[in-house]
Design a protein around this ligand. Structure first.
Ligand SMILES: NC(=O)C1=CN([C@@H]2O[C@H](COP(=O)(O)OP(=O)(O)OC[C@H]3O[C@@H](n4cnc5c(N)ncnc54)[C@H](O)[C@@H]3O)[C@@H](O)[C@H]2O)C=CC1
Ligand SMILES: O=C(O)[C@@H]1CCC=N1
Length: 256
């Protein structure tokens, strides 16, 4: 059984922990400052909890996934004893491979921007694997990540935008889902049912786009009957600038 350690068991770290726990394929370790919330997660997802990088290294993990706040990730990595031979996977947005390489020049390192649906093995994981990484390590990293969702390989300079769409995207979709549900409640649906209809619809629309590989613009046309109700709604979305609002949101999130 491969040993996987997650450093920083917060929102992202616990989502990865849950996704890996669900596979029942890994021996899991968490490293986090003392926190009752994380104690509870350790019981829930059956991982060994440690509070220092030295204790973590002593457990000899095969992989270390970094999900610490980006600003402190370099400092956390500097505390990893040089004896560790773990493959490092950094999920810290904005911390470059050059910076990571400088701290651990001998280590095998990959960068990812995952998203919260990894918790149910339905993540979108923008992944940068350096060209000089050996094929065996590349394969091992991709196999691990594939257990959490779709692995989308990109160049390092594309990781930020790919990660913004995939990683921040769930929050943007959640705003859209909440607005749809509001409209349902405004028109008399119960909140639970409105939430269910909105989420089910987005799941189905996304699955149709993925499975048919049809461009969203063409799928939209299939719904818009000539002179029908949907085109009136689409025209209203365009009048109110939804398209621009979405592009602007991605650009704002991608500035760092
Ligand atoms: N939340 C998300 O959807 C995504 C987050 N990320 C990245 O994941 C990282 C964490 O983000 P969140 O989970 O949202 O933040 P968070 O604040 O929920 O989690 C951070 C965790 O790190 C722990 N921590 C703080 N200092 C530590 C230290 N010295 N050693 C070990 N653990 C320490 C905190 O106690 C907390 O459990 C960031 O680098 C972010 O860029 C990337 C993609 C998506
Ligand atoms: O909000 C953030 O900074 C992180 C990075 C991508 C998603 N969440």
């Amino acid at each position: 059984m491969k040993k996987v350690a997650i450093v920083g068991v917060g929102q992202m770290g616990s989502a990865i922990m849950e996704g890996l726990f669900r596979t029942k394929k890994y021996d899991l370790i968490g490293e986090n400052p003392v926190n009752p919330r994380v104690d509870q997660l350790a019981e829930q997802f059956n991982f060994k909890l440690v509070h220092s990088m030295t204790d973590l290294a002593n457990l000899k993990p095969d992989f270390i996934i970094l999900t610490t706040p980006a600003k402190i990730t370099s400092a956390v990595l500097k505390d990893l004893p040089a004896t560790s031979s773990a493959t490092i996977i950094s999920a810290a947005a904005g911390i470059s491979m050059a910076e990571l390489d400088q701290i651990l020049p001998e280590a095998k390192i990959a960068r990812i921007i995952p998203n919260t649906p990894v918790a149910i093995n339905a993540g979108t994981i923008a992944t940068y694997l350096p060209e000089d990484l050996d094929e065996t390590s590349k394969t091992a990293i991709k196999e691990l990540l594939a257990d959490l969702g779709d692995v989308i390989e990109v160049k390092e300079e594309q990781l930020s935008i790919a990660g913004t769409i995939g990683g921040c995207g769930p929050a943007f979709v959640d705003v859209f889902l909440d607005a749809l549900a509001d409209a349902g409640v405004l028109n008399g649906l119960k909140r639970d049912q409105a939430n269910q209809i909105a989420a089910s619809m987005v799941k189905g629309a996304a699955t149709l786009a993925l499975e048919t590989k049809t461009a969203p613009a063409l799928l939209r046309d299939q719904v818009c009957s000539p002179g029908g109700t949907t085109i009136k709604g689409v025209a209203s979305l365009e009048k109110n600038g939804l398209r621009h609002a979405v592009i602007d949101a991605v650009n704002a999130a991608n500035e760092n």
